[in-house]
Design a protein around this ligand. Sequence first.
Ligand code: SAM
Ligand code: DTB
Ligand code: SF4
Length: 323
Amino acid sequence: MPEAQTTDAGIWTVEKARAIHDAPFNNLLFLAQTVHRQNFDPNKVQLSRLLSIKTGGCPEDCGYCSQSAHYETGLKASKLMEVQRVVVEATKARETGATRYCMGAAWRNPKPRDMDALVAMVEGVKALGMETCMTLGMLDVEQAARLKQAGLDYYNHNIDTSERYYSEIINTRSFADRIETLEQVRQSGIKVCCGGIVGMGEDPADRMNMLVTLANLPEHPESVPINMLIPIPGTPLAGAGPIDPIDFVRIIALARIMMPKSYVRLSAGRTAMTDEMQALCFFAGANSIFVGDTLLTTDNPGEDKDTALFQRLGIKPMELDTQ
Ligand code: SAM
Ligand code: DTB
Ligand code: SF4
């Protein structure tokens, strides 16, 4: 019977990943929890809050996204939000315990005319004593440097799936484009938040290959969001069937084992998860969530539900200086 064992080799292969992923579930979870305890307090979870600072009308054709202009999703597009409103929203998020504020824009890339407002948003949120994160599409080296200088702590830019499956989901950009922006972000000194989506019709091998790509980056992303697809009516993935919760937990555990010091974020899709599934994800090494009743354009469990869940599990929100 295969045992789940870590490997100390620097380079991950899909074979090594598979040996861990396919182990008996209890062995996989035991190993993931062991690795988790070696690196983190197992009863603390980091809280981030999202805000869509520019919604809809996106020129990219990501097959899962409510905000792509390529699909009729019924979403109303909006312009870039006023800086002051962003700071007001961030202040509210801080009051509910969020330590990181993540601002997302539905762009292929920011335009030169947007940069001053983005810089002011980072400065304004940073002044509240929160960590800052942005996700704005592709960045060039100058844009990354300006955002870093403004105080941007994290940049989110997901590879979303395996290199092989990428073109089944997105055609307006390539997997290599994604890797290039990640390099610019890393070189600028901004921390990297990079993960993907599970449940888009990919094979288990695609999920493993996605994690192999992340774990073989020159440095592991500090933050690895694992999203469970939220099917959006009007998109090509509207009819994607639900993923087996056990398969999902296996990916969380594998991410924890392959990237032992990274925060693994249980991201989109929690409204469709039971408390028991989320508890298994935390046991498997997930230690970050998005809080608040919305993500970017879709629903999230909200404060009351998460407070009750944390109470049931004896989990405490992570404070900033312990992160
Ligand atoms: N436009 C920017 C970009 O693509 O990098 C940022 C925003 S985008 C909405 C951020 C990430 O959210 C995507 O890369 C994807 O992983 C996740 N996401 C978007 N729609 C989703 C959905 N319907 N279900 C699950 N995850 C989703
Ligand atoms: C990430 O990996 N998940 C977040 C964040 N990074 C930007 C976004 C989830 C979006 C879910 C769909 C929506 O609300 O539109
Ligand atoms: Fe645009 Fe990002 Fe949505 Fe893709 S995921 S369509 S880039 S907002």
